[in-house]
Design a protein around this ligand. Structure first.
Ligand SMILES: [Zn+2]
Length: 251
């Protein structure tokens, strides 16, 4: 059975605000007011949006450009493909701006005798955490132009677009960012040491912003099969695209 959408009243304009089970932060379609569902109180963090630059016709240009570029694609991809669906979705993210300092000790085994190395890794991040639980969205591959963000304005959201609510609260997002940054630092340290024996990471949080970003979910058909393409609505860049094998359809 499909999950039933519920609604609460927007505490700003009184309109019903729809949400689905699992969603934690919801934005009113009519006035743009953002509410924390469980408590019904206003959301006090900065809520931003990256403006989308394409309408339903204009988005075809970056789609065609992607199909025509790159030698891994079939030569007739742009010509033979049919665009089946063009859905603009505003995805919710938490942007966690932090300074991460890791002090580490490890064993360098690439020389004999092995040596123990100590060091520090200091980085600053605007770490993106997708505020949806079930998604295979490639967040780490998504390079968003953060400097283009503006305060969320419901009037700028296209009538055909869908705005997804957050399923991840602020504290959980911060925890997720911490875990992901730690994994990332352990990965970076592999260049310097082969075995980590001590690892301490300190995060100083600078800012957390709730951000909706425009992503075009494109379905196209090529030789009878459907493939997906994700395009960043702020830049027109491809986030991820399924490519039919060049020999596809010949077998
Ligand atoms: Zn409202």
């Amino acid at each position: 059975m499909a999950a039933v959408a519920q609604n609460i009243k927007c505490s700003h304009c009184g309109a019903p605000v729809d949400f689905k089970p699992g969603e934690i932060v919801a934005t009113c379609k009519y006035c743009g007011f953002t509410t924390v569902i469980q408590t019904g109180v206003a959301f006090t963090f900065e809520h931003s949006v990256l403006p989308n630059r394409f309408d339903l016709m204009q988005i075809e240009a970056p789609i065609k450009a992607w199909m025509q570029s790159g030698f891994l694609k079939p030569g007739d991809l742009a010509k033979k493909s049919k665009i089946k669906q063009k859905n603009l979705v505003y995805l919710p993210f938490w942007v966690v701006s932090v300074e991460a300092k890791t002090a580490y000790k490890g064993i360098f085994e690439r020389i004999t005798p092995v040596v123990v190395k100590e060091g520090k890794l200091e980085k600053e991040y605007n770490w993106l955490v997708l505020a949806r639980k079930a998604s295979d969205f490639p967040t780490r591959e998504y390079q968003i132009p953060l400097e283009g963000k503006v305060p969320y304005d419901f009037r700028k959201i296209e009538s055909f677009a869908k705005v997804l609510n957050s399923e991840v609260d602020r504290d959980s997002a911060l925890e997720l960012a911490r875990t992901q940054i730690e994994t990332h630092h352990r990965f970076l340290l592999q260049q310097d040491v082969d075995k980590i024996i001590d690892f301490r990471m300190e995060l100083s949080l600078k800012q957390m912003v709730y951000l909706h970003t425009p992503v075009w979910f494109i379905n196209y058909e090529y030789k009878g099969q459907t493939f997906q393409l994700l395009i960043d609505g702020a830049t027109g860049n491809t986030i991820k695209g399924d490519i039919p094998s060049p020999k596809f359809g010949l077998l």
